[in-house]
Write a protein that binds this ligand. Structure first.
Ligand SMILES: [Zn+2]
Ligand SMILES: [Zn+2]
Length: 560
């Protein structure tokens, strides 16, 4: 049968956690395997796709399009459960290697570097990366030859006519593929609502340079550390203006390390590192205070308002390396992702109180451009590829729906919106057909371990209502054999409101007493005692506080 099945395990219906499965004859090819984040304050480190649907399939390999976390972050979790080679461009694999080392699985991973226009067989699939431009070095789209025909996946892209690393978008290859006939196109939907041109990365370099050249004191640029192009440009700017680069934040150090260590595999600069900084350009952060203020060009993480990141710590005056003061400039060289505005505004407020001048995308449009194609460039992609079938990817349901509309307007007849878990089936002829669903879910990770749904639910309740713990001493007959002990966490001030605790405790004691009186033979079971005490405490505290803490009880049987 020349049937191809496609089902996303992540990234469709959300921005993040990209993971797409292509399957033919029981054999699967994965495209990307990323994470997303959980902003609910429940101590979840990352969220990755549930891989259950891969069981029973032979997974021939994983192909990554580029090195962003939403495309590679879940690889260690995938490889803990399934063995498979990981194919990808060099820069992405450099980052995968760092992740694998952190997870102590480096010895077991099989990383296979590929370069654009190089066709590789992955099981029964034939995969060819194609150079695209994006906000990270070495980004690719994929041309995948399947039994149903040629499938093109754009990866994350925009059309940057003059990328700082000189690695231009391989338009010619896309045109060749279109001439060959593209059966199905998956394309990046992120910026479907954005009008006008996306703007090139070099323009951002010019805007940042203008700010640095005018500044009289320290300049700190907050950005996504993965934007290697921007890191490179900041190095050049520092050189031209007699400043030293000071790395503030762990991921800035990781990316500058990978960018300097890995050598480029393609283009006219093949063999050179992605980032070329002379060793004296980077100044050790712990000695930043020794530099004159006007020699500091800091690069910091935390533009999304993350509490523990460098920008927030600088705002609170808690950064070990650097104190910001009146006259210093902070550039927020990134967009604030919807949902993160409140945190970002809090960080900016702290910085403003220190007298720092802030340049942000709101006041100075030039300090950031998106890495994702705006609507007109998405249109250009569809017109260039002219696919027979189209499935938008990388977006919330809103983004996918709007991108689907655009494709229909452009004359693509067979357009489908798939969500995580939806299965689409495609033959060599006819439309894509939705044939059902596979299991798709989210795995929440804390300290590298999966948190079961029940634990997440408990964390939600604890965060909202706090906890109370009760110790109930009873004798052999189930009668109280001393005072009930009650302690709480995150509920009230136990010293100032001791009377509330005391009265709740008395109610618990009364409930336990009543139970012993009413029980057959006067010997209630421990479980019954615990439940009576728990209900009494929840009732008593609920009445005075207006909420019921998560309550646990230990019944202490004193033998006498
Ligand atoms: Zn990306
Ligand atoms: Zn992405």
């Amino acid at each position: 049968m020349n049937t191809l099945r496609v089902f996303p395990l992540g990234g469709l219906g959300e921005v993040g956690m990209n993971c797409l499965v292509l399957e033919q004859g029981g054999e699967a090819l994965l495209v990307d395997c990323g994470v997303t984040f959980d902003g609910r304050g429940l101590g979840v480190d990352v969220v990755h796709p549930d891989f259950t649907a891969l069981e029973g399939l032979h997974v021939a390999g994983l192909f990554v399009t580029h090195g962003h976390e939403d495309h590679i972050g879940a690889i260690p979790y995938l490889l803990r459960r399934f063995d498979m080679p990981v194919f990808g461009p060099r820069y992405a694999l450099g980052l995968v290697r760092e992740r694998a080392a952190e997870h102590e699985i480096l010895d077991h991973v099989d990383l296979r570097e590929v370069t654009p226009r190089q066709r590789v067989r992955v099981g029964s699939f034939d995969v060819e990366p194609i150079r695209v431009t994006h906000s990270i070095a070495d980004a690719t789209a994929l041309a995948i030859r399947t039994r149903a025909g040629l499938v093109v996946h754009t990866g994350d892209f925009k059309f940057d006519e003059a990328p700082p690393d000189g690695e231009t978008f391989d338009v010619a290859r896309f045109e060749d593929l279109a001439a060959e006939g593209v059966r199905l196109l998956f394309s990046d939907s992120t910026n479907i609502d954005a009008r006008g041109p996306t703007g090139g990365e070099k323009g951002v370099g010019d805007a940042l340079e203008a700010i640095v050249s005018e500044a009289q004191q320290a300049v700190v640029v907050g950005m996504f550390a993965s934007n290697v192009h921007r890191l490179r440009m900041l190095g050049d700017i520092a050189k031209r203006h007699g400043r030293k680069l000071v790395m503030l934040g762990r991921s800035v150090r990781t990316h500058s390390h990978v960018g300097r260590a890995a050598r480029r595999s393609t283009g006219e600069h093949a063999g050179e590192p992605y980032i070329e900084w002379p060793s004296d350009l980077v100044w050790p952060a712990d000695r930043a205070r020794e530099l004159p203020r006007r020699a500091i060009l800091g690069i910091a993480t935390g533009t999304q308002g993350e509490e523990a990141a460098a920008l927030a710590r600088l705002g609170r005056g808690e950064h070990p390396a650097l104190d910001l003061e009146s006259g210093d400039v902070v550039v927020m060289s990134s967009r604030v992702i919807p949902g993160n505005e409140a945190g970002a505004m809090r960080v900016m407020a702290d910085l403003l109180r220190r007298g720092v001048t802030i340049k942000s995308w709101w006041s100075d449009r030039g300090v950031h451009v998106s890495g994702h194609a705006h609507r007109d460039e998405q249109k250009r992609m569809i017109e260039m590829v002219r696919p027979r079938s189209f499935v938008p990817v990388h977006g919330t349901l809103h983004h996918l729906g709007r991108h689907a509309e655009l494709a229909r307007e452009l004359g693509v007849r067979d357009v489908h919106v798939l969500e995580n878990g939806d299965v689409g089936e495609l033959g060599t002829e006819g439309p894509l057909v939705k044939t059902g669903r596979v299991h798709a879910g989210r795995v929440h990770v804390f300290a590298k371990r999966a948190l079961p749904a029940s634990v997440l639910h408990e964390r939600t309740s604890l965060a909202a209502n706090g906890s109370a713990h009760l110790v109930v001493p009873v004798d052999a007959h189930g009668r109280l054999a001393g005072e009930v002990l009650l302690s709480t966490k995150g509920v009230l001030d136990e010293t100032a409101e001791a009377h509330l605790l005391a009265s709740a405790r008395h109610e618990a004691e009364a409930a336990v007493g009543e139970l012993a009186d009413g029980a057959p033979g006067g010997r209630p079971e421990e479980a019954a005692i615990a439940e009576a005490a728990r209900m009494a405490i929840r009732r008593a505290l609920g009445r005075v506080l207006g909420f019921k803490p998560v309550t646990t009880v230990t019944v202490l049987r004193l033998s006498r």
